[in-house]
Design a protein around this ligand. Sequence first.
Ligand code: NIG
Ligand code: FE
Length: 413
Amino acid sequence: MKLLIVNIHQLINVRTENVLLRGASLAVLPILEKAYLLIENGRIADYGLMELLPIEYSDSDIPLFDAKGASVLPSWCDSHTHLVFAASRESEFVDKLHGLSYAEIAAKGGGILNSANKLNDTSEELLYNLSWKRLKELSSLGTGAIEIKSGYGLTVEGELKMLRVIKQLKKDSPIPIKASFLAAHTYPIEFKQNHQAYIDLIINEMLPVIASENLADYIDVFCEEGFFNVVETTQVCEAGKSIGLIPKIHANQLSVSGGVEAGVALGALSVDHLESMNQKAIMELASSNTIGTLLPTAAYFLRLPFQPARELITAGCAIAIASDFNPGSSPSGNMNTVVSMSCIQLKMLPEEAINAATLNGAYAMGLEAELGSIMKGKIANLIFTKPIPSLAYIPYAFGSNLIDQVMIKGVFQ
Ligand code: NIG
Ligand code: FE
């Protein structure tokens, strides 16, 4: 099955090799003006300038699609979400408008514990149906690969239920999904005074089932004051590593928690959030292979300081951006908003934000061989824009829906 796409205004993020983008290279976004793209069996088979379109393509009976001046870019790779949850939490949003802080809401049993109560009362089937709907919506907004975490169960049954829902989504979804095990999201009330007992539950009751049913790719911990400290984070991640899970850590969201350094020491694929950074954490991250994943919509929704993207990029860090879609701190999984906000508030250049949301996002899920750029052999998960005057218009026109069509595995949705 072939499809020849012609008259593409700009073919964005065209590459002949894969490289994790850090520092200045993040601002280099290769573009072909007036291009064609050949899709074969759901993958990118060839591309080039219209004026160099091979005669054997144009004269053959390959089905033709005229992009009529649309720009085409790789789908968003959203490497950090909590898409599986039972219910929204807009009443806490109103509590916050009345002056309560995120930590205060968490301390009175709201926040993650609120989501955990609701999730444990929700059937696996309903949870799946709710999650499937959300996934469909995000896919229509241009997300072409996604990571999804557990962490709203906090019981053996609840965590495994979440991971089984994610596993079923993986089977049914046309877009690649990666699963992170995040039982270490917060301590359940009954373990507040006995952290080690909960960690033991994670290690002895949950991880063996995860290993035998192949339920996760990554191990995640919320490393934060009042949640999991560095020692606890390390213990949980080491146990996850022993069954083959790669660490991806919630670090430095509310304070300089030591999570970045712990993540780097553990060889984490990414450390995520990074609202609170100091020079030491920035330099450690810059000199590591760990990706710093910035979640600007979470900072926005919680009115936290935005992530210091410019300092991170100047120091030479590899940066991805992701939605953190969850009911408590980022009730939107719209990556178009994330890209805009990264430019508007984090002062990333349009090229940097698009690279961070595509190729580096793919790296932050171990999917760089399959997705994240326009490269021969990669899966044709693509965004076709409405006519736009320039690349910068994508983050500039925040709030406008600039997506005309999305393609998944070479098929328009
Ligand atoms: O990534 N920070 C920890 N976890 C989520 C929020 C979870 C919640 O409030 O439900 C986050 O922001
Ligand atoms: Fe998160």
